[in-house]
Design a binder for this molecule. Structure first.
Ligand code: XIL
Length: 476
C-alpha cells in the first residue's frame, strides 16, 4: 500500500468520524407533516376536528385557531364550520353564490400547552357545483308512499329523474281553464297526458280561488247583494257546480288529487270559519260559506277516485291552522252524516281528505311553528297533509319586500331552514303524502330574485340542496 492510498483512507475515515460528531437536527414539533390532514367541508356544514387529532395531542388542552375565520371558523372545542366562500362575479352590487367559484383553502391550527402543533388544511367548498342531472334521484330518498313533486308544463328529463308528482304552475287555474262561463280551454290535456305517460301522479291546481279567476267568476261575486238573495245564491251555486263538474269530469281518472279550494282564509282570521272567508272569493260572496261543502261535493261526485284537498299558505301561523282545522272538521262531519255520497262509497270516507300546506317560506319562518301546525292537523283523524308549493326565500320577508339583494349568509340561512323543515316533515311521515317544490332552478321561480330553490340558474345544487338532502332519513 503506498503512502497516497493510506492518505485517502485516512481522509475517508476522518470524514466519516466527523459526520458522527455532527449534532442530530432537531425534530419538528409540528405533527403530522404540516397541513397533511385535509378536510373537505361543504359550506354550511361543520366537522369536529378532534376526531382527526394525532395521538400525541390526545388528553391535552388544545387551543384552536383559523387563519381565515371569515371562510372557515373553528370553535374553542375544535369544531370547524365552512361559512363563506369566495365569489368572482358581483351582480346588482352584491356578490352571489350562484356565480362561484365556490372554494377556499384555510389552515386550522391545533396547539397544545406544551407547543405540539397539528395543522389541518380545510377546503371549504359548495361541492354545489354538482349538476342536477348528475345527482341521484331525489324521489328515491323517500319511501314510495311519500310523493316528491314539482311544477312543470311537460315531463322533462330533469323532472322525470327527480320527481314523481307534477303540478301545472298556471295552466289549470280558473282563468286558464274556464275563460268564459260554460266554455273551456283544454290545452292542459297534453300536459296531463304526457305527465301520466312518464309515470307522474298529476295534481289538479286549482278549482275555487279568489285569484287568477276569469271575469265571469269575479262578476258573480260582484253582482251579488250582501247577503245574497236566494235567487242569486241558487244561480251562483248552479254555476259553480256546473263549472266544477265539467272540469273534474273532463279529467276524470287522470288527476291524482285536486286542490279544490285554494287560499280561502286571510291571515289572522279569527276562529269562526263560516264568516272569516275572504270577501274577494266570488263564491263566498254569492253563495255564503255553503259553497265550500257544495264545491267539494261536486268534485267528489264527478271523480270519486280523486283525493280532494284544501290548500293554503302561512299555515305555520296558528290562526290559519286553527281555522283550517275547524273548517275541515265541520265539512267532514256534515258529509259523514249526509246521504250525499257517490254510490258504494265507504261510509267512513271523508270529503276533504287532504290539507295542502303551501310552504312558501322565508328565512324568518320557524320550523317549530310548522311542527305545531302538523301536530294539530294530525289530530284530524284520517287526514293527509301535503307540502304543496315549497320554496324558501334566501332572505327575510322584509328584505324581500324592500328589494334587498341576497347575500351569501342568506343562502346559508336558507340552507339551514330547508334542513329544519325537512327534519319536521320526516317526523310526520305518517300523515305526509307528498312534498312538492314550487320550481326547480332559482331563475324559473315566481320569486326568483330571492333565489328560493335548491338549484341555481345553471342547475347546480346549492347549499340548500345539501342541507335538505342531509335531513332526509337514510332509513324510514
Ligand atoms: C303563482 C305562480 O307561480 C306564478 O307564476 C303566478 O304568476 C302567480 O301564482 N299560491 C298558489 C300558486 O296556490 O298557484 C301560486 O302560483 C303561488 C301562491
Amino acid at each position: 500500500m503506498n503512502i497516497k492510498r493510506i492518505g485517502i483512507i485516512l481522509i475517508i475515515v476522518l470524514f466519516c468520524f466527523g459526520c458522527k460528531l455532527q449534532p442530530e437536527p432537531e425534530k419538528p414539533v409540528v405533527i403530522p407533516p404540516d397541513t397533511s390532514t385535509v378536510v373537505i367541508l361543504t359550506v354550511g356544514n361543520n366537522k369536529d376536528l378532534n376526531t382527526l387529532l394525532n395521538d400525541e395531542m390526545s388528553g391535552k388542552t388544545i387551543t384552536w385557531s383559523s387563519e381565515n375565520t371569515s371562510k372557515v371558523s373553528v370553535t374553542s372545542d375544535g369544531v370547524a364550520t365552512a361559512t363563506i366562500i369566495s365569489f368572482s362575479v358581483a351582480e346588482g352590487g352584491s356578490k352571489k353564490y350562484t356565480e362561484g367559484p365556490a372554494k377556499a383553502e384555510v389552515i386550522i391550527t391545533a396547539k397544545t400547552s406544551d407547543n405540539i402543533t397539528q395543522k389541518f388544511k380545510v377546503i371549504a367548498t359548495t361541492e354545489a357545483q354538482e349538476k342536477i342531472m348528475d345527482l341521484p334521484p331525489l324521489k328515491d330518498r323517500f319511501p314510495s308512499k311519500i310523493l316528491l313533486g314539482n311544477i312543470g308544463n311537460s315531463a322533462s328529463a330533469t323532472l322525470t329523474r327527480h320527481y314523481n308528482a307534477l303540478t301545472s304552475e298556471n295552466s289549470m287555474k280558473p282563468n286558464a281553464i274556464a275563460p268564459n262561463q260554460g266554455s273551456y280551454n283544454w290545452s292542459s290535456d297534453s300536459f296531463v297526458d304526457s305527465a301520466i305517460a312518464s309515470g307522474f301522479k298529476v295534481i289538479g291546481h286549482t278549482l275555487l280561488w279568489h285569484s287568477q279567476i276569469p271575469s265571469w267568476q269575479t262578476a258573480i261575486g260582484a253582482s251579488a247583494s250582501s247577503p245574497p238573495t236566494p235567487e242569486q245564491k241558487a244561480a251562483a251555486l248552479d254555476a259553480m257546480k256546473t263549472y266544477i263538474t265539467d272540469i273534474v269530469t273532463h279529467f276524470k281518472g287522470r288527476i291524482y288529487s285536486w286542490d279544490v279550494l285554494n287560499e280561502a282564509f286571510p291571515d289572522n282570521p279569527g276562529s269562526t270559519w263560516t264568516s272569516a272567508i275572504r270577501q274577494e272569493n266570488p263564491w263566498f260572496k254569492a253563495i255564503g260559506s255553503d259553497f265550500v261543502y257544495e264545491g267539494f261535493l261536486a268534485a267528489r261526485l264527478a271523480d270519486p277516485d280523486a283525493i280532494l284537498y284544501y290548500n293554503d299558505f302561512n299555515t305555520d301561523q296558528s290562526g290559519k291552522a286553527t281555522i283550517i282545522y275547524n273548517m275541515v272538521n265541520a265539512v267532514n262531519q256534515k258529509y259523514l252524516t249526509s246521504g250525499d255520497k257517490p254510490e258504494g262509497e265507504n261510509p267512513a270516507r271523508l270529503l276533504i281528505e287532504g290539507i295542502g300546506m303551501q310552504e312558501h317560506h322565508n328565512a324568518g319562518v320557524s320550523a317549530g311553528n310548522i311542527r305545531n301546525t302538523l301536530t294539530k292537523f294530525r289530530q284530524l283523524t284520517g287526514i293527509k297533509v301535503s307540502v304543496t308549493e315549497l320554496d324558501v326565500l334566501a332572505q327575510s320577508w322584509s328584505e324581500y319586500s324592500s328589494n334587498t339583494a341576497v347575500t351569501n349568509n342568506g343562502l346559508i340561512t336558507q340552507a339551514t331552514k330547508y334542513s329544519e323543515y325537512m327534519t319536521v316533515y320526516r317526523d310526520f311521515a305518517d300523515i305526509i303524502e307528498r312534498i312538492t317544490f314550487w320550481g326547480i332552478t332559482d331563475n324559473q321561480s315566481w320569486r326568483s330574485r330571492a333565489l328560493p330553490l335548491l338549484f341555481d340558474k345553471d342547475g347546480k345544487a346549492k347549499p340548500a340542496y345539501y342541507k335538505f338532502v342531509g335531513a332526509i332519513p337514510t332509513t324510514w
